[in-house]
Design a protein around this ligand. Sequence first.
Ligand code: SF4
Length: 165
Amino acid sequence: MGSGGMIVMDDSACMVNVARYFMEFCMSESCGKCIPCRAGTAQMFELLTRMTSGTATPHDLELLEDLCDMVSNTSLCGLGQSAPNPVLSTLRYFREEYTEHIVDKHCRAGVCECSKLAEVPHESGARCKTLVIDGTDVSASSDQTILDAAQEMGFRFLPYAISMD
Ligand code: SF4
């Protein structure tokens, strides 16, 4: 991350979550002078958050890759130009982990929220997703996101945690 330092991780680290961590750093360090970096890092952070929370779609991965290109090619200084690097590196070497998060809602390291989503039988007999939020069981039907179900129960989330659709 710009300092020449090396970080060693084992298989208990989730590469999507690592990319999200570094994107949050770049987003917070952006001075905001140019739009590609200011808005692009925030949008990439939101897309990565969707992936780790289990609400991303395959289209979000296409958007993420397009944003990487745009931000690295149009930002004014090295911070914005290098901000997509952790995403590009993890996509290059660990693309299957992104696919697992998006398609299977599974984090092989078991650190992301999506890995806590489980398909379980509902009282009605239909399959549903469940998640424990602040000690409360939240269940979503198959045609509902866990965020929608939680919001119906009165939970409130930061804007970046909520779908842009
Ligand atoms: S790329 Fe550089 S100049 Fe542009 S917003 Fe980011 S930190 Fe500021």
